[in-house]
Design a protein around this ligand. Structure first.
Ligand code: GDP
Ligand code: IMO
Ligand code: MG
Length: 432
């Protein structure tokens, strides 16, 4: 396994962090390649729960180095807060094992303010972003006026760049009826962060290629999910980066032939935070049942924003699309334990549009809005799965449900999660 990719198959929050922590145990490098602190990845180890936003989920394995790749957008102040918190819990974050790409882009407070202004201006049409400044930061990157992390190694030039970026954004903020920011005070605060982060900056593409030449095993941890991808998601209700497999190559800078395993991570039902279509959404008691009460850390409330997640039945049309776009070699199906006790389960195997059934989602919003899921029903099971560790332990109905999901998207489910903890997983074989 030179390179394994971990890709979200739905709308994010599929359990990618948990899978990266599991695969990180055998990895030499774990790298994030897209997004920023819009991500929230949860890892449960014994009594401890870690919620990571920027730091890769391999960080708990001391043998792994962790990389923030060039495809990311990084808020230096939020990164330092996360690093400090991890350090206080005994995690080693020395520059020997934690690296930040000099080509990653910086999020400034102006990006955060512009994100908020843009959402406010959209009113009912708002995307429902995480308000972390992600979109405005990628906009500056593609507009070729962004600030790259490498500039933090020259604190004065960095401060000037931040100052100028804030002055420029202030015009847009004032035009949008928002309060301008104090450019000088912000630049001073950002200098402090730059000085602390400077030792971590490297050309991480060179680093990863060097490690690959030396035989290292690299795990790439996706953030967000296929349906939030700027190109392949349900635009415009997407994020501003490329969470799909191709994004890993661009966002870290290595060649495709290194990749030999592409793990699609999906929940065994659907969830989404923010706006945009969720065709299989359940509004009533069943939706509530899938969401959970909020008492458990694994209930469906956003790791980053705390917003409650919309829940619905499994949608194989989405999964088929995700498997095709990223070329999944296997699926990791999370939260199977949550379905215990539901009498009849439904899976959307196709979507109907104007009397015609489609196996893949249409590209445009107008068609998407009119599409209706075509469900197949399967019997549920009662048993609590959370203590099960072998495929033979699983009730027949659970095995049938898992097998059907694999069949519908032509990709075998190789692992199921039966709880959030490291050991709460079951490896499956062909005899399922
Ligand atoms: P990510 O953004 O893809 O890393 O996913 P999140 O961490 O945002 O959300 C996934 C949630 O599901 C987290 O609270 C995990 O602890 C939890 N989780 C992951 N796998 C399982 C599982 O198999 N069973 C249960 N009950 N919870 C799980
Ligand atoms: P992880 O990595 C779930 C969603 C937001 C919004 C849209 C755009 O934890 O799976 P943005 O702030 O990126 O401009 O918001 O994308 N979104 C996520 N939803 N999980 C995430 O990350 C997300 N990151 C962004 O809710 O709908
Ligand atoms: Mg998440």
């Amino acid at each position: 396994m030179p390179v394994t990719l971990i890709i979200g198959a739905q709308w994010g929050d599929e359990g990618k962090g948990r899978v990266a922590d599991l695969l990180g145990a055998d990895a030499d490098v774990v790298a994030r390649y897209a997004g920023g602190d819009n991500a929230g990845h949860t890892i449960a180890v014994g009594d401890e729960v870690f919620k990571l936003h920027l730091v890769p989920s391999g960080i708990l394995h001391e043998s792994a180095s962790c990389v923030l790749g060039n495809g990311m957008v990084i808020n230096p102040v939020n990164l330092l807060a996360e690093m400090d918190q991890l350090c206080s819990r005994g995690v080693d974050l020395s520059p020997e094992r934690f690296l930040i790409s000099s080509r990653a882009h910086i999020i400034t407070p102006a990006h955060v303010a512009l994100d908020r202004a843009s959402e406010r201006a959209l009113g009912d049409e708002a995307i429902g972003t995480t308000l972390r400044g992600i979109g405005p930061s990628y906009l500056d990157k593609t507009g070729r006026r962004g600030i790259r992390a490498g500039l933090m190694q020259d604190a004065e030039t960095f401060a000037d760049a931040v100052h100028d970026a804030i002055e420029r954004a202030n015009e847009a903020l004032i035009n949008a009826g928002e309060s301008p920011l104090d450019a000088r005070a912000t630049a001073l605060k950002w200098i402090d962060a730059a000085m602390r982060l400077a030792p971590y900056i490297q050309d991480t593409s060179q680093y990863i290629n060097r490690r690959l030449r030396d035989g290292a095993r690299v795990v790439c941890e996706g953030a967000q999910g296929t349906m939030l991808d700027l190109d392949h998601g349900d635009y415009p209700f997407v994020t501003s980066s490329s969470p799909v497999a191709g994004g890993a190559l661009v966002g870290l800078g290595f060649g495709p032939l290194h990749v030999d395993r592409i793990v699609g991570v999906t929940k065994c039902f659907s969830t989404r935070v923010g706006s945009g279509p969720l065709l299989t959404e359940l509004d009533g008691a069943l939706g509530q049942r899938l969401r959970g009460s909020g008492e458990n850390f694994w209930d469906e409330f956003g790791t980053t924003t705390g917003r409650s997640r919309r829940c619905g039945w499994m949608d194989a049309v989405i999964l088929r699309h995700a498997a095709q776009v990223s070329g999944f070699t296997e699926l990791f199906l999370t939260k199977l334990d949550i379905l215990s006790g539901i009498e009849t389960l439904k899976i959307a195997g196709a979507w109907e549009l104007d009397g015609v059934q489609h196996e893949l989602p249409p590209a445009n919003q107008q068609d998407l809005k009119r599409a209706k899921p075509v469900y197949e029903s399967m019997p549920g099971w009662k048993a609590d799965l959370s203590g099960m560790r072998h495929q033979d332990d699983l009730p027949q109905a659970a095995r049938d449900y898992v097998r059907r999901i694999g069949e519908l998207c032509d990709t075998a489910v190789r692992t199921v999660g039966v709880g959030p903890e490291r050991e709460q997983q079951i490896t499956l074989d062909d005899a399922l």
